[in-house]
Design a protein around this ligand. Sequence first.
Ligand SMILES: [Zn+2]
Length: 304
Amino acid sequence: MGQTSKAYFTEEEWQTRCDLATAYNLASLFHWTDLIYTHISARIPGQENRFLINPFGLHFHEVTPENLLKINLEGEIFSKSDYGINPAGLVIHSAIHSARPDVGAIVHLHTVNGMAVAALQDGLLPISQHACHFYGKIAYHEYEGIAVHNDEKSRLVRNLGTKKVMILRNHGFLTAGLNIADAFTMMYTLEKAAQVQITSLSMGLPVVVPSEEVCEKVVKDTGLRGIKNAETEWQALKRLLPNKQEKKEVNTLQTRLKPATLAPLMKNLSLMQLQKVAINQQNIDTTQCASYLKGPPASSVPMA
Ligand SMILES: [Zn+2]
């Protein structure tokens, strides 16, 4: 692959690549994966009708900013890669990106919770606060088989209309957001609502359904998850993933500082703690090293 560094891309494209790779890695962390299938795509700001999607063949945890594929609405690939794109992903994602310029990112998954609710005639029921977020806001699309035929595009677009959430019957969930943060956090809420529904119904006891008035009030109050909240949630979600740059630095410092007897303890020091050791160039002993790991914040531990 030629596109191996940040310098290869515009700033906007690099940022989109980073956020999109993060979305894939988080989806993997949450076990939202389905082998090498399903897709999360994002429009590249400033590049008309170009969007990024996963290479067909990689697991979500293998997706990086560099290996995402840049494609156009016709599926032409503008990235050097050993991988192609999944035709089903292209049909669904290009149809929506083409018809909805307001959509910056799309998440489509085959989670068990999503597919289970997508198999129900009544779809998502407003029986939890999470589900009430989507009251009256969900589009439904009938199952037509594997989505590899272009003629399905018009029906996908028509059924989605102006909505941001669609349940693909007998198939899975789809969210179409203003950006990656919006689409991903919507999916998080939707997925949890599905999980609650399945768990509640599995008890076989009568379920309380809030009134229409209350459900509508929830929608009004949440504004279908304002973008501001989505951004804050997204930043918090991003912190769940190990910072790869930080990990690299930790490895370097561990090697450099390493007295062999301390190796097992050093392994558990944070980057900040290792940096302090490096700055002071100390040969800390095992007692000091252990004290880093237990209690007091690193800043209050005296350096010898
Ligand atoms: Zn699918």
